[in-house]
Design a protein around this ligand. Structure first.
Ligand SMILES: [Fe+2]
Length: 305
């Protein structure tokens, strides 16, 4: 089935903008899940050897350089190459960052059985620009992760806060935070700004997770399946306190996380609206009139000067 058949819908894209992630349970076939850990083991060893300035004695896949097009990162016959070329995976990737994005970096995360290592909450960035474009990070779990077995912790909808990498490390037990658990082959896709952390592994097997960051190299505008776009893309009059739709993109972007109350929710809505303006190429898009109201005032001032 061609990649285009696996592209995200407008609803799913809006959900990504609202929550900062999407989750695809058991997306990757078991043949890949069962064989890929051997490749990951060599990749991990080579990465460590490279960091300490030693030759890649472990064998296995060659480490790609940043700026390599995704299609050229890994041999297509390797298990990792097969995974990254699955039409289901390419459909998700192309919807969010366009075709053949650039490899930024990847990392094999292995936590030994019984490890109490606990990563602090962080963002994979230092100082981000204020523009609405974004990278994605795929988080792939080749094994079952039981509830409480310590998969990645993350806080939905934190991705538009533009904090610095370690600036959120002191926050604990945030309302609404989640800890991944799920079946083998599950793929999560994060906006690069989503707050996350690796968790201890109380299970009796080593836990593996593979992360890859991808940069768009073309505009991210309208790269997804547009079949439902006209039906749910609202105009700027869609306003909770006037007349609102319940079937629109705005309604998805209004959804709140438990940590968002009062004016925090309004701030998030405004940030999400800016991302949707970019993705939809509609500079007049709005959620609950916040930008429209201000922009009208700006226009008045400009006209009077
Ligand atoms: Fe991270």
């Amino acid at each position: 089935m061609p990649v285009s058949n696996h592209k995200l819908t407008t609803q799913e894209m809006a959900r990504f903008v609202a929550d900062g992630y999407l989750r695809f349970d058991k997306l990757i076939p078991s043949e890949i899940n069962q064989n890929i850990i051997r490749e990951f083991s060599l990749l991990e060893s080579n990465k460590i050897l490279q960091i300490v300035g030693q030759p890649p004695e472990a064998g296995g896949l060659q480490l790609p350089a940043s700026l390599t097009p995704l299609s050229e990162c890994y041999p297509p016959q390797s298990f990792l190459g097969q995974l990254l070329n699955l039409p289901e995976v390419l459909g998700i990737v192309e919807s969010l960052v366009g075709p053949n994005p650039l490899f930024d970096h990847d990392f094999v995360h292995r936590l030994q059985a019984g490890s109490e290592y606990k990563q602090h909450l962080h963002v994979d960035a230092v100082v981000d620009s204020a523009d609405p474009s974004f990278d994605i990070q795929l988080f792939y779990f080749p094994q079952d992760v039981a509830p409480g077995a310590g998969g990645t912790r993350f806080v939905p909808a934190t991705h538009l806060r533009r904090t610095r990498a370690e600036g959120v490390g002191r926050y604990q037990h945030l309302l609404g935070e989640q800890q991944f658990s799920g079946e083998a082959g599950t793929l999560m896709v994060f906006h690069h700004g989503l707050w996350h952390a690796g968790q201890p592994n109380p299970s009796d097997v080593d836990r593996w997770m593979y992360k890859i960051r991808l940069n768009p190299r073309v505009s991210q505008v309208r790269q997804w399946n547009m079949e439902d776009f006209d039906d749910i893309h609202n105009d700027s009059s869609d306003h909770t306190f006037a007349r609102m739709r319940h079937d629109s993109v705005a309604q998805i972007l209004r959804s709140l996380q438990p940590w968002q109350k009062g004016h925090e929710a309004r701030y998030e809505q405004m940030q999400r609206a800016l991302v949707w303006r970019y993705l939809s190429n509609d500079p007049g898009f709005d959620v609950d009139y916040y930008h429209t109201r201000i922009e009208q005032r700006v226009r008045l001032i400009e006209e009077s000067s």
